[in-house]
Ligand binder design. Sequence first.
Ligand code: X5A
Ligand code: ZN
Length: 669
Amino acid sequence: MGTALVYDEEMTKYKLLWVDPACKIEVPERLTVSYEALVKNGLCQRCVSIPAREATEAEILLVHSEEYLEGVKKTPYMTLEDLKEFTLQYGDVYFHPNIYHCAKLAVGSALQLCDSVMTGKVRNGMALVRPPGHHSMRSAASGFCVFNNVAIAARYAKQKYGVKRVLIVDWDVHHGQGVQYCFEDDPSVLYFSWHRYEHQKFWPNLRESDYDNVGKEDGAGFNINVPWNKVGMKNSDYLSVFFHLLLPVAYEFCPELVLVCAGFDSAIGDPEGEMCASPDIFAHLTHLLMNLAGGKLCAVLEGGYNLTSLPQSVCQTVQTLLGDPPTRLSDLGAPCESALESLQCVRSAHRQYWSCLRQAAGLPDSHVSAKRIRSAGGEGERTEVGEEEKSAEEQAWPEPPQRVSPPVRCALVLPGGEAPPDGCEQISSREELHPLMLTKLREHFQSELDNCSALASLPSLMTLVEKMEKNEIRNGLAVVHSVTMAMMCVLQHVGDAPSSRTLVVCVGGGSVGSHAREDGKTLTVQISSEDTEKPTGKFYVPVHLKKGCGDASGFMQALLGLLLPLGYQYNPDLVLLVQMPNAGVCGGVWQQLVGVLQGFAQGHVLVLMQEGEQARVGPTASTLLGDPAPPLEHPLQAPLPEDVEAVETLRSRLQSDWSLLQNTGESTA
Ligand code: X5A
Ligand code: ZN
């Protein structure tokens, strides 16, 4: 199952023919540099190339009015003067004799991509198009956009394939007001957009781009606006919104298709956005969406005007769609106060529509009045450009590091005689365990070591770990006699390296506290129904869910709101995922966990399972090999209030140590 790339050079063949400062950044080179970067990085060759086509009139009319289509249709025959005048009806857009042709190709590209994904020809893909689409409205061009490529694709997918729920994630730095207008009363399309807003001072200066526009009538709750009221938003601000808003709502919505309005003017160096997120953030944003909708994700280019950060960001996105592990994001700081205020406002505005945002009875809904937010922080203090300060475009940032995939994606250690699933390498080593390791094991597991099979798989496990360390193998799964013993071996081994960090995720009860240490070499998160071990310090986080790990919504709450922020901030070089005996975790959420955790540690995830509890080996291996996790059941039951409270209590207790856990403006830590 591959990744589609839709591109046609024809879409570079129109440009601004007169002087207009508002439009001069929308140049043909945007597309050529993006495509050339994909070629240069060997990504183009790895994609399934899908031809563009012109959209039909019927397809365009899925979103636009006949009058508008008739108007645009005349533009190829207009003189320069006529074109200028036609352009004047609209805001920040230009026409050209060839733009109608290109706009039909842009829509058609999005539809071709949609077809390839929906028919199963590919798993996911990207369309590189001009003109962009998300600003165009039923009867108006706007913001360089002629036809609304993504909105048409959403209607098309619903009509042609019977898709019941479409999620549109608009990570472009502008508000896609055209998409909002198209679906504001439609609960079958969930539209999410973050955008530079600055209290309505930024284009398109609409009151309805604010957080309190949640949708209308049946569509109330299905329009999510995150206004950025300051420029300079960073990776941590973007991630916080994913963890604490978009992802929980998206999982609750349970889309059958994800469309991304993939604008890269939200990246560093962009003259429009003036944000500070690095291009490799798009690898993570993409990865975090790839386990929704069974992996069916179509990214369609929107904005992006810095000719250096745009192609870098496009490559990050496509490489992630292809299955390469995202690079580690180091030094994620705390989200900024302005971002947290926005996040808090959106969460409050949507609390009544989404059970994942509802707070437990004991904890008051922290409602903040718009007034308080408006007055907070002063006006655009980060926008003032001092004499020696650089403009957005002069900003410098390091080129994203090369992403190298190990030659082997997944290796297995299985008890004697069992064959590994297709595509996985089998590891069996006859080497002896290191004597020091044996001594250590004797200290802790005296009685169990009398059983001669107890140690059987450990040498192979250690070989697997070493190969993962050397980047010869990306990830692995070991079925062992005792998961606690195996866990100790692995941690003992990797802990010898000077600054190693292992994120240990234990699913299910049982004692693991003895491995948890406060020296920062491990961060242990244990999710179970047991309330035995008391939380100690910052590096051991026991999450007690009354309903246990079998409850999808409680588990997802812990995964998205707690584990992800902790993991991103900790930035491990290895993830150790342990299925404790009798964990009782339901298959769906387990696979989501295995899928999502691969965004850490350059994909170095090692799964441990106990002998006799191997039912999940097949599905786990498939997710480790890169297959998307299957969608969770719909509708997702609301989580138990006690479980929400448990997660919430932990989150607020830990947020002073782990700032990515914050989701509100006032420091409640
Ligand atoms: C697609 C897109 C931006 C329009 C900016 C007008 N449009 N000032 O990024
Ligand atoms: Zn934009």
